[in-house]
Design a protein around this ligand. Sequence first.
Ligand SMILES: *Cc1c(COP(=O)(O)O)cnc(C)c1O
Length: 390
Amino acid sequence: MSLLRSANVTTDRILFNRPYMTGKELSYITEAKTGNMLAGDGPFTKRCHQWIEQSTGCNKALLTHSCTASLEIAALLLDIRPGDEIIMPSYTFVSTANAFVLRGGVPVFVDIRADTLNLDENLIEAAITPRTTAIVPVHYAGVACEMDSIMRIAEKHNLKVVEDAAQGVMSSYKGRALGSIGDFGAFSFHETKNVISGEGGALLVNDSNMSLRAEMIREKGTDRSRFFRGEIDKYTWQEVGSSFLPGELIAAFLWAQLEEASAITEARLKIWNNYHSMLSPLESKGLLRRPIIPVECKHNAHMYYILLSPQIDRQAVLTRLKEKNIYSVFHYVPLHSSPAGKRYAKVHGSMEVTERQSERLLRLPLWVGLTNEQQKRIVNALTKIIEELK
Ligand SMILES: *Cc1c(COP(=O)(O)O)cnc(C)c1O
C-alpha cells in the first residue's frame, strides 16, 4: 500500500450516514417494471407485507409512504377528535406529534428516562385526564420502552397504544418485535434508518378488528383491497381516507433490503459493539456516558450516541470533529421548546431529563461499511478532543 493511500485513511471524510444498498434493488425494480405493475399493492408489496407479518407477528402489515403516514393512519383509526390528549415524549421527531395535531389532538409531553431516553413509564399515569385517548411510546435508538408497564397503564385506563417504532425494525422487547406490542406500530424505511427505501414506512395493525378499516383508510377510504381479493364485486367510498400507499418501485427496492435485514442488523451491531468497548475508558473517566440497554431489550444498532459530561462543550466537540473530517451530529430539539410545540401541545410536569440529555447527546457515524480503521480514527479523535476540553 502506498504512503499516499495510507495518508488518506487518516484524513478522508467520514460521513455521519451512508445509505447501504444490498445490490438487488435495481434488478427488482426492473422486474416490477417488466411486469407492468407500477401502482401499489402488487407482488413486491405483498412480499413485503408477508415479511413484516412473519418477522414481527403483527396481525396485518401495510406499506405506506413513510412512518409519518403510518402515524397519520393510526390517528384516523383512533378517531382522534379536537381536544383529545395523546401522551408522548417531547424528545422525538415532529411526526410523532404532527400526526395527532392534524386531527385536532393535543400532544401531552411527559419526561423521559435518563437511561434509555424513552418515555418514563412512571410519569404516565399522573398525566392522564378524562380527555386522554392514547399513549405513543417512541423506541429511541431502536431500544424498547418499558412496554409491559405501558400496556398495563393503557389497559387500566382504557387507552390505545401507538408505538412509534420508526427506528425499531428488527428490535424486540422480551422477545416481541417492536411495533407488534401496542394496538398499532409504525415503521420507517427512510434513508437514515437501518432498512430503507428512500422514503417509506409501514403500519402494523395488531388488533384484527381494525385491519379492514386500516386497509380502507390507506386506499382513499375505499374497500378496493377487498375488491382485489375478490371478496366483493365493486368498491365504493366507505371511510375518511387518503392515498397512503407506495408504488411498486418503492416496494421492489424495499424487498431487496428486507431480504438482507438480518445481515444489515448484524453488521450494524458489530460496529455498535465496537464503539461500546472502545469508548469504555472515556466513560470510566467520567467524561461521557454510553448507551444503556435494559436486559429486556434486543436492539438493532440503529444509533450509537454518547452523552457528554456537562463540563464538555458539545458544539466545540462537533466543530473539532468536523475539522478532522468526521461528521457527528446532535439530535432532537425537544418539541415542547419548538414554536409549533408551544402552540399545539401541553407539557405535563418537568422536562428536566429531556432538556439535560438532549443538550449533551452526540451521535457518531454508524453505517454498514464503516471500517474498523475508521472507527479507531473517530474514537481517537474524540478522545483527544474531549481530553483537551475537559
Ligand atoms: C424517522 C422517524 C420518524 C419519521 O419517519 P418518516 O418515515 O421519515 O416519516 C418518526 N418518528 C421517529 C422516532 C423517527 O425516528
